[in-house]
Structure formats: structure tokens, C-alpha cells
Design a protein around this ligand. Structure first.
Ligand code: ASP
Ligand code: MG
Length: 457
């Protein structure tokens, strides 16, 4: 058994769904459980309609919803044979009548409560999973639908629910495994339900998480995340083209990369898979022949100590210098309390006896933070910085890496450095204006020779 997850763009149209059906058909012998996101931008549209309803604009909300219904009818109708169009209308009608009722409720309350947010936001996956199962059958891939809300049991933290793993895995074994012996199973990502059956969601972009949970639940031999990129690369193609595809990467490395802005996978997504030691493969639904990137639990040995270079732009460096009493205890606590009070996450920290430098990427509360810190310290704020992060589990144990890094960036003014606490990254902060040339220099240094076992050459 395998899990195959397809995101919103992979199922955004009749053509896209046909491509997906072909991909699934070619892997039918591996008994796939298919996890789908909402079609295209459906979730955004649903939530926008909810906001309009809350603002008392029920007519606009209504119009948005009609457009959504027409969109689903058009794309799925293009795949189904004529004798199934009645069934399609029935499915759409029941869902959209209920959806309108929920929007009405929002209009009456005047607010989108977290529970209503989940209820309304869930329709994208409720529909896509049912409709994709119908489409697969029409396209010659025998399929059954599994309502995720009957399998994925969550707590009741609406909009950010977490699975109750024991119950969820038991349900997957009971409900999904027997179905998988007979046919392809199609389930919606992102959504679940409490033990009492109240619909919940796992947070935006949660379908990857669903795939990982489902894979752990059925004991899949592999979890495939089908996206629109070939896999993980040695550098972000939007910053520097010409990176190389990674064949294999460890979970730890992938999580580290995800924290630093590689948009391919969210780190928490991987936890259920890691715990059960199930490899996750990232694949491209537009190039299904590319082998993609395999994310595995164990360390991946390579002659290249650095596996990838990622970065985060729009970083602000805050430099805080103690006014008196060097080494005063409590100084760090007071600094972090200020950031905490203004709910501003701190990314990277470097300290000396008298000063602390840290980076943030949310600056809405910065004026308040600066004002408070100025009472106890001298504060200098530098915007427009970029954080560059070299990731590789071998970084900690390979001598001479720092020399290579500093050799490569010798012409660049480096603001901060940190060998991450996780020991598998090395981070530097530079002026955003220097970002591209710095990454280029580092990439040339670490990837001019490639280990063919780990990188596609
Ligand atoms: N449809 C949901 C969202 O847009 C979940 C997902 O796509 O992963 O956030
Ligand atoms: Mg997504």
C-alpha cells in the first residue's frame, strides 16, 4: 500500500484530473490511498465567501458560492459520461445547500467562528474527494471514496486541530485497509472530525499532513507527495537557477530546509511518517517520470557535506547592547519577554557578554518592541537582511567546512553567523542586496562536484 497526495493545482481542472488518474492507474498494483486537496483555489474562495457573509454581504457570498458550484460542475462534468451527470448534480446540490445554510449562520452571528471556519473551509476537500473518486471510475480506475471525517479523529482545536493518533490509526486500519484491497481509495486532505463527529481542519496547507497521518495509519510502504516541482533542489530556483535535484535527503535535513522557507514540505507534516519510518517521496505530477526526492528517516551519507542551501528574505536584524552591568543575569530573559509579549518570533540569535543580535521576520510590532528595549539597552535595527542556511547532517562532523564557507563569501559583509543548535545547519545573515551573489558563491563551492548516489547529475 502507498499513499499518493495531490495538491490543489494537481486537481484544478478536468485535464489535471485526467493526468492524475493516469499517474494513479500506473501504480494501481501498489494499492494507493489517494489524498486530494480542494480543487484549485477552492479553500480560499470558500473562506472569502465566509468573510463576506460575516460582513453582512450575503449576496456576494452567494454569488461566489454559485461560481464555485459551476466550476466543479464544469470540470467534473467534462470527465463524467452523460449518464452520471444526474449523480453529479445530486452531489453538488446536497453540498451546496448545506454550505449556503452555514453561510447563513455566519451572516446571523456576524462572525466566522473557528467552528464555522472549519465547517465552511472543509467543503473543498469534501467535494474534491467525492468528485475525484467519481472521475477516476469514469476514467477506468476503480475507486471508492473515504470520508476523512470518519477516519481522521482530531482534538477540537478548530482551524489547527491535531490528530488523536491512537484512534485515528485504529480507524485507518479498520476502514481504509479493507477498502484498499478492493480498489483505489480517495480521501480528502486537510479535514477530520472530533470524536463527536464535528468537522475540524488541520490548518492551511494541511493535506500533506493528512497524507502522512494516513500513511502511518495504514502502514504504507511509501508516502508520495505529488507537487509541481521535481523535488528538493540544492538551491531555491527562484533565487538561483541551475540547482541540482536531491535523490535522497534525511527527515532532519528536510525539516530544517522547510523551516527556512523551502516551500515543498511543512516539517510537522513529516512527523507521523518519521515515527513509523515510512519514506516520503516528493514527485512532480507534470513530470511523473522524474524519480523525485526521497525523504528517509536515517542519515544520508554523501561525499557532499552540504545537501542544500536555502534562504529567507525580508529579515530584520535587531542588535541589543546592554547599557550597564555586563553579564547581568536576567538580561536575556527581559529581552525575550519583550518579544514574547508582542508575539514576535525570533529566528536566529547570537550573543556576547554585552550584546545580543537576533533576527525576526514579522515587524508589525517592532516600533513597540524597540521602544521597550530602549529602556534597558541600546537598540539598532537593520532591515532588508537575508538569512542563508546551509543544511546537511554531515556539517557538524566535517572539519574545514567553516573555512570553505568563509572562503566562498570572503567579499561579502556577513552580519551574523550561527551554527544551528540542531547541528545540521550553518546560517549566515547578509544584506539582501548581496543575497544572490552569496548563494552563487556558496553553491559553486559546495556543489561543483556531486555525489551521484545522492544528487541527480
Ligand atoms: N485546501 C487546503 C488549503 O488550501 C489544504 C491543502 O491544500 O493542503 O489550505
Ligand atoms: Mg497545498
Amino acid at each position: 500500500m502507498i499513499v499518493m497526495k495531490f495538491g490543489g493545482t494537481s486537481v484544478e481542472s478536468a485535464d489535471a484530473i485526467r493526468r492524475v488518474a493516469e499517474i494513479v492507474q500506473a501504480r494501481q498494483d501498489r494499492h494507493p490511498l489517494v489524498v486530494v486537496s480542494a480543487m484549485g483555489k477552492t479553500t480560499n474562495r470558500l473562506l472569502a465567501a465566509a468573510d463576506k457573509a460575516a460582513a453582512g454581504n450575503l449576496e456576494d457570498a452567494h454569488r461566489d458560492i454559485e461560481e464555485l458550484e459551476a466550476f466543479h460542475r464544469r470540470e467534473i462534468g467534462a470527465i463524467l459520461p452523460a449518464d452520471k451527470h444526474g449523480k453529479l448534480d445530486d452531489v453538488l446540490e446536497t453540498h451546496f445547500v448545506d454550505l449556503e445554510a452555514s453561510l447563513g449562520e455566519v451572516a446571523t452571528t456576524g462572525e466566522v467562528t473557528p467552528q464555522l471556519w472549519d465547517e465552511i473551509g472543509s467543503y473543498g476537500e469534501r467535494l474534491s474527494s467525492l468528485l475525484v473518486a467519481m472521475a477516476f471510475n469514469a476514467l477506468g480506475v476503480p475507486s471508492v471514496h473515504l470520508d476523512a471525517r470518519h477516519a481522521l479523529v482530531t482534538d477540537s482545536r478548530h482551524t489547527q486541530a491535531l490528530p488523536l493518533y491512537g484512534r485515528t490509526y485504529a480507524r485507518f486500519r479498520e476502514k481504509a485497509v479493507p477498502l484498499l484491497r478492493e480498489a483505489v481509495v480517495v480521501m480528502g486532505g486537510f479535514i477530520g472530525a472530533t470524536a463527536d463527529g464535528v468537522t475540524t481542519t488541520l490548518g492551511r496547507g494541511g493535506s500533506d499532513f493528512s497524507a502522512s497521518i494516513a500513511g502511518a495509519g495504514i502502514g504504507a510502504e511509501e508516502i508520495q507527495i505529488w507537487t509541481d516541482v521535481d523535488g528538493m533542489l540544492t538551491c531555491d530556483p527562484r533565487i538561483l537557477p541551475g540547482g541540482h535535484l536531491l535523490r535522497t535527503i534525511s527527515f532532519n535535513e528536510a525539516a530544517e530546509l522547510a523551516y527556512f522557507g523551502a516551500k515543498v514540505l511543512h516539517p510537522s507534516t513529516l512527523l507521523p511518517a518519521v515515527e513509523k519510518d515510512i519514506p516520503v517521496r516528493i514527485l512532480n505530477s507534470r513530470h511523473p517520470e522524474v524519480e523525485g526526492t526521497r525523504v528517509v528517516a536515517e542519515m544520508v551519507h554523501s561525499t557532499n557535506p552540504v545537501k542544500s542551501i536555502s534562504c529567507k528574505r525580508g529579515i530584520t536584524v535587531v542588535n541589543i547592547r546592554s547599557l550597564r552591568m555586563l553579564m547581568a543575569h536576567g538580561f536575556l530573559r527581559r529581552i525575550f519577554e519583550v518579544f514574547d509579549r508582542y508575539r514576535t518570533p525570533v529566528d536566529m540569535v547570537a550573543t556576547t557578554e554585552v550584546s545580543v543580535s537576533l533576527t525576526i521576520d514579522q515587524t508589525q510590532m517592532l516600533p513597540e518592541i524597540e521602544a521597550e528595549l530602549s529602556r534597558i539597552a541600546e537598540v539598532v535595527v537593520t532591515p532588508d537582511q537575508a538569512l542563508i542556511c546551509l543544511v546537511g547532517e554531515a556539517i557538524r562532523e566535517t572539519p574545514g567546512i567553516s573555512a570553505r564557507i568563509f572562503g566562498a563569501v570572503r567579499d561579502v559583509n556577513v552580519r551574523m553567523i550561527s551554527q544551528g543548535a540542531s547541528l545540521l545547519n550553518f546560517s549566515l545573515v547578509v544584506n539582501d542586496a548581496d543575497l544572490v551573489r552569496t548563494i552563487k558563491a556558496l553553491h559553486d563551492e559546495f556543489f561543483s562536484e556531486l555525489d551521484p548516489a545522492v544528487f541527480e547529475v
